[in-house]
Design a protein around this ligand. Structure first.
Ligand code: LLP
Length: 463
């Protein structure tokens, strides 16, 4: 249903919300497969189930708020990406989206590689047994300690982000008697986000080394002369939640152009290019993400075409999806606490979590969907705003959505597509206890990240 159009709601007047018309979906009990994890459905009692387990049982056993992650969906998405890209390409899961030891084991078993961007993520990856050579280490300001550890354990690649870092990594590798495989992250002059494609002001950012003005070429020049470095390729990441492949096309073209310049100047054909992550997912029914095989084909075609035109052998491609793998696999389950109808406006539904378990709505104006999960209802739809329990009016989880008007305290509601950047960006604001992540698979549920306790909070407070 388009928010910008004025769709005719079946039995209800449309509601004007912040300049958009919103109409209720035809069936409030329906679960759109686009936004819910693959095994999510309703059972004969009307309760939402995941992996065959009712949310009512899950809430009893694990409490709320909690993230429930569909493990078989996660694994299926890993396989879909690995199969789509095939043997001539590498898929690096971006751990920043959500990382835990169980996730690392799943990635390892499903044949994916892992991109980490901090010492903490590196520790988690190594601790759970990811082979160092399957790890890529990113970041615009890695500490000397982080670099020393990454080089010592032998990570497969370090993605260099600045001139200082080129020298720093080279120096550390040499001191440790190693030759570190590296890529150089370039800014290609494109920044893409959902539905938009910005070709200005992109160089004004902290990541990477600009292609413009020959800076990236100079970075390659320096990297090629340093004994501690083995330059294996060029890296580019153009944004987040992207549906339109046009940005990747420009990015690939510009990276290949640099490879051709490097060949002309140094007689070296760099063997790899990494096109980053950023592929979009459906948060609401209005989003239409691409499937991994479509993405793989589009990127492969672009790179092959550009390389042919430049007379280069096609390099090995890598990609770094985070959100596209884990995002759709989880939902957050909340218990409704209070319901406050505001005459002529909307109804505020307060849940037992909020911006501490999902900062994305407050931070990025992100859109989410929501469903009554503990039961079905035939009551009329009501326009709601799902808000948290924090002392802040921006503490919004779902800005505009419809829930049945017989919603009552202690009903369970679920917000889908919260697998990426929700637990990983969760906070202890108001001394909130960060929720657990529970993996569900084939009728079994198991905590993979436990709920924080008040003792956890006090343990850090050593004053
Ligand atoms: N590779 C690099 C170099 C990245 O910087 C990122 C994300 C990724 C891969 C993975 O991107 P993904 O496929 O997950 O979109 N907190 C924001 C997203 C920040 C993304 C940062 N970099 C959010 O919640 O939307």
């Amino acid at each position: 249903m388009s928010r910008s159009a004025h769709p005719a709601g079946p039995r209800h007047a449309d509601v004007m919300t912040e300049g958009h018309y919103t109409a209720p979906p035809a069936d409030l009990n329906a679960l759109d497969a686009k936004v819910w994890a693959r095994t999510v459905t309703r059972d004969e009692n009307g309760a939402v189930t995941v992996g065959g387990i009712e949310v009512t049982r899950l809430a009893e056993e694990f409490g709320t708020p909690a993230y429930f992650l569909d493990e078989s969906d996660f694994r299926a998405r890993c396989r879909a990406w690995a199969d789509a890209f095939g043997r001539d390409a590498d898929v690096f899961y971006a751990g920043k989206a959500f990382l835990s030891r169980a996730v690392v084991r799943w990635l390892k078993e499903e044949g994916l590689n892992l991109d980490v961007c901090s010492g903490g993520e590196l520790t988690c990856a190594l601790d759970a047994g990811m082979p160092a050579e399957r790890i890529a280490f990113h970041g615009n300001n890695k500490t000397v300690g982080e670099i020393e550890r990454a080089v010592t354990v032998g990570v497969g690649r370090i993605v260099l982000d600045s001139f200082q870092e080129i020298a720093r990594v080279a120096h550390i590798a040499q001191r440790l008697g190693k030759r570190q495989r590296v890529q150089i992250r370039v800014t290609v002059g494109v920044e893409a986000h959902t539905h938009e494609f910005i070709a200005t002001a992109h160089e004004d950012q902290k990541f990477g080394i600009a292609l413009a003005g020959g800076q990236a070429a100079e970075a390659v020049r320096r990297a090629l002369t340093l004994d501690g470095l083995e330059l294996i390729g060029i890296h580019s990441h153009i944004g987040s939640q992207i549906f339109d492949m046009a940005g990747f096309e420009v990015s690939a073209r510009r990276v290949v152009q640099l490879l051709a310049e490097v060949r002309d100047e140094h007689g070296v054909e760099l063997p790899e290019i990494d096109l980053g992550g950023g592929l979009g997912i459906a948060y609401t029914s209005e989003d239409d993400p691409r499937e991994p095989h479509e993405i793989a084909k589009a990127l492969g075609d672009i790179v092959t075409r550009e390389c042919e035109a430049a007379g280069l052998a096609t390099p090995r491609i890598s990609v770094e999806p985070g959100r596209a793998i884990v995002g759709p696999t989880a939902f957050t389950l909340y218990e409704v606490g209070t319901i406050k109808p505001l005459e002529g406006l909307r109804t505020y539904v307060s849940v037992d979590g909020g911006m501490s378990d999902n900062i994305r709505t407050a931070l990025y104006d992100a859109e989410y969907s929501v469903a009554l999960a503990s039961r079905t209802s035939d009551a009329e739809p009501m326009l709601v705003r799902v808000v948290g329990k924090h002392c802040e009016s921006g503490d919004i989880v779902v800005k505009d959505a419809f829930l049945p008007s017989d919603l009552a305290p202690s009903d369970l509601i679920a917000v889908p597509a919260t697998g990426a950047y929700c637990r990983s960006m969760a906070s202890n604001y108001n001394h909130a206890l960060r929720p657990p992540v529970v993996a569900v698979r084939d009728g079994e549920a198991r905590v993979i990240v436990r709920r924080e306790t008040e003792e956890d909070l006090l343990r850090l407070d050593v004053g």
